[in-house]
Design a binder for this molecule. Sequence first.
Ligand SMILES: NC(=O)c1ccc[n+]([C@@H]2O[C@H](COP(=O)([O-])OP(=O)(O)OC[C@H]3O[C@@H](n4cnc5c(N)ncnc54)[C@H](O)[C@@H]3O)[C@@H](O)[C@H]2O)c1
Ligand SMILES: [Zn+2]
Ligand SMILES: [Zn+2]
Length: 352
Amino acid sequence: MKALLLSEYNKLDVTNEMPRPLPGPGEVLIRIAACGICGSDVHGYDGSSGRRIPPLVMGHEAAGIVAEVGDGVRRFAVGDRVTFDSTVYCGECEYCRTGDVNLCDNRQVVGVSCGDYRRHGAFAEYVVVPERIVYRLPDELAFTEAAMLEAVSVALHAVRVAALSGGETALVIGAGMIGLLTLQAARARGCSRVFVADIDPSRLKLARDMGADEVMDASGQALIAEVHRLTGGKGVDVVLEAVGRNETIAGSIDSVRKGGTVVLIGNITPEVKLPLQKVVSRQIRLQGTAASSGEYPEAIELMRTGAIRVGPLITAVAPLEDGPRWFERLHRGEPNLMKVVLTPTTTGAAAS
Ligand SMILES: NC(=O)c1ccc[n+]([C@@H]2O[C@H](COP(=O)([O-])OP(=O)(O)OC[C@H]3O[C@@H](n4cnc5c(N)ncnc54)[C@H](O)[C@@H]3O)[C@@H](O)[C@H]2O)c1
Ligand SMILES: [Zn+2]
Ligand SMILES: [Zn+2]
């Protein structure tokens, strides 16, 4: 089959020589119609993250059509339009049994190789995944948009772990892919006012288009001052931090009200300085969030109804053959690129 193979770091080859995988018991073979390029793929491509050890077919944000089912698969049949969770969880460990599948002890990620395992992903005509991570797509949802469901689920999970009760004022820091989806997730989950901060005006324009009540082209003290002005000096109930740098973590802690929650989504740097006494004395809850656990059905429904829109976040839809060129552009950090979706197959219904 055709695939985009990371044959060595910084080198992607379009090959027709990849063996087509076979679905084992409980597995589903999916013909891939669309697969998004994730930031983590770009960081894996050059070897910096150590999580895409070549040779590997990357790609975990995908949608397509069931092409074959293995023994014992009951919920899906050939021809079903589907997507799948990027996390392959075991379904049996202590965490899986209580529904925290993102914390699975035996967790693997589709399209990752990291020394412990190698699991080829969806920048290919076909991929095999276990039935338990597969979800059916409504006909209204185009495959290219469905490829964004993984990121939408991340955003919904981040808002879920904030444990909101409705009516909160929220600040999203970082209007990248994840921040802009988190903004929409916070609205969908009942926040009354959502502010968005970034230092890139083009991102803030998107935030405004996607429903932000206020946008702030500010960081550091200027941001904190603006948040306090808008909240009568109190601070917001919840900050959803989608960057992960010293200045944005400090800004989060100074922008949240006493007793409020900061959800830590961004982790662009591995370590940050923590203003410990502020966190302790103002009794702030710092809450991490990892991937998603069970948000796919809600993500599908919110996209189907238009409550969450991903169209404006898709920069380009391109054939798999253009993959090497798009990886190069994303890796160079070319401005104004958001999501690039590759389409390994385009025949028949897969083109929709
Ligand atoms: N927790 C999870 O499960 C999870 C899942 C996916 C991504 N992430 C993380 O979320 C973060 C964001 O991902 P993304 O895909 O949206 O990245 P992105 O590059 O699209 O967006 C980052 C945004 O942060 C902005 N920014 C940078 N410095 C800033 C500052 N000082 N103040 C305000 N804004 C600033 C940039 O202008 C950009 O718009 C990354 O760290 C990523 O690793 C976490
Ligand atoms: Zn991803
Ligand atoms: Zn498990």
